[in-house]
Design a protein around this ligand. Structure first.
Ligand code: ATP
Length: 362
């Protein structure tokens, strides 16, 4: 698939305009703070239903305005698909696919397949477990239809269980907790099994990429909440999760929050035998992040049978010549959007200059 055309109105600093892209490598260049990342953000918004920078939807509205609207025409096997995203301050967002309003973000996922590379990817490697969980959940949500639903259900039950823990402290019966535990186990086990399988795929890919880029070995260790080396059997996972919940009840009551479950999980990326989060250099961590994104791309491609679109926001300047060459070779044949401060050094199929929110095709 590829994005043929984009229309933006009141999105961040971008001027109201229609932009036509080419099928190969699209280079967007310009000085700092002109709107390059904003443009990629608008495309990614149509893909995931939210900002890749973690901004709230209301922050995407141009200063001084009260709505924004973004529309893209996607070409897929010679059929055109239209995706629209509109948001008016204090109202609900409106998302449409081919003119039909969709009810939830999960219906949008999979309509426009994108993988974004940005300097913030480093946080997936460097920061705490919540960054890795969030990343993992967002990748899986696109390729596994029920994953987001299961995750949302799990989180709802978790909130209620945590509320209940507080009232039990005040003297109510512990047995009510079991009702929540059964539901938590039901959804939790599904989440764990899918995470296990996804991470196995990531490991296969990351091993290959890292070997090719820097001749290093890689291994992924899924730190699942049930303490299993292989958490791929749903029934076993259910049983173990139930046991763990029961075992931890005193701790839960002490801290008034659920101590065990998918909401506490993490995964480690081991490079040459050492945890990359703790022992890798900044440059090595950057390479690991790059490999992680390349494997996301490979899995997305394999699972959907489609050609995903690549969004490279400000990453080229941080890569050395070898890595730059490697990534550009891998992305041959896919629509790619690259932002850069200069036009030099990058070979593209079409170039756009961005200045003060205006995008000019050359
Ligand atoms: N809601 C908004 N309304 C208007 N302008 C905004 C809004 N949000 C951000 N901006 C501005 O948009 C401008 C461009 O931001 P953007 O992140 O796209 O820059 P960029 O061209 O990618 O620059 P850099 O090369 O520094 O990364 C910034 O000056 C920012 O302050």
């Amino acid at each position: 698939m590829y994005v043929k055309e984009l229309f933006v109105d009141n999105f961040r600093n971008l001027q109201k305009q229609k932009i036509e892209f080419c099928e190969g490598i699209n280079i967007f260049y310009g000085l700092n703070a002109q709107g390059k990342s904003n443009l990629l953000e608008s495309i990614r918004l149509l893909s995931m239903g939210r900002s890749f920078r973690g901004s709230k939807t209301t922050e995407l509205i141009k200063f001084g305005e009260d709505y924004f609207y973004v529309k893209a025409i996607i070409c897929q096997e010679n059929n055109d698909k239209k995706i629209e995203f509109g948001y008016k301050r204090n109202e609900n967002k409106v998302i449409k696919v081919n003119g039909n309003k969709i009810k939830s973000t999960s219906e949008l996922l999979g309509q426009l397949l994108t993988v974004i590379f940005s300097p913030e990817d480093l946080n997936i490697i460097k920061e705490g477990p919540s960054h890795r969980r969030k990343y993992l959940d967002s990748c899986i949500s696109v390729v596994e239809k029920n994953y987001l639903y299961n995750l949302m259900q799990y989180n709802k039950i978790l909130i209620n269980r945590n509320k209940l823990l507080k009232t039990i402290k005040e003297g109510k019966s512990r047995s009510i907790l079991e009702v929540f535990d059964d539901q938590l186990v039901e959804y939790g086990a599904k989440i764990i099994v899918v995470r296990q399988s996804y991470l196995k795929n990531v490991e296969i890919n990351i091993k290959k990429f890292l070997l090719e880029i820097s001749n290093e070995t890689a291994e992924i260790v899924y730190l699942n909440s049930v303490g299993l080396k292989d958490a791929s059997d749903e029934e076993i996972v259910k049983k173990r999760l139930k046991e763990k919940l029961l075992k931890n009840i005193d701790l839960d009551l002490k801290y008034l929050t659920t101590q065990v479950g998918p909401h506490r999980e993490d995964f480690k990326i081991i490079i040459n035998g050492y945890d990359s989060r703790v022992y890798s250099s900044q440059g090595q961590q950057r390479t690991v992040a790059l490999c992680l994104k390349l494997s996301e791309f490979e899995i997305l491609k394999k699972e959907t049978g489609e050609k995903p679109i690549l969004l490279l926001d400000d990453v080229m300047s941080e890569l050395d010549e070898n890595r730059k060459k490697y990534i550009l070779e891998r992305l041959q044949g896919f629509q790619t959007f690259i932002t850069h401060t200069t036009k030099r050094d990058l070979k593209g199929d079409c170039y756009f200059k961005i200045s003060n929110g205006v995008v000019i095709k050359e």
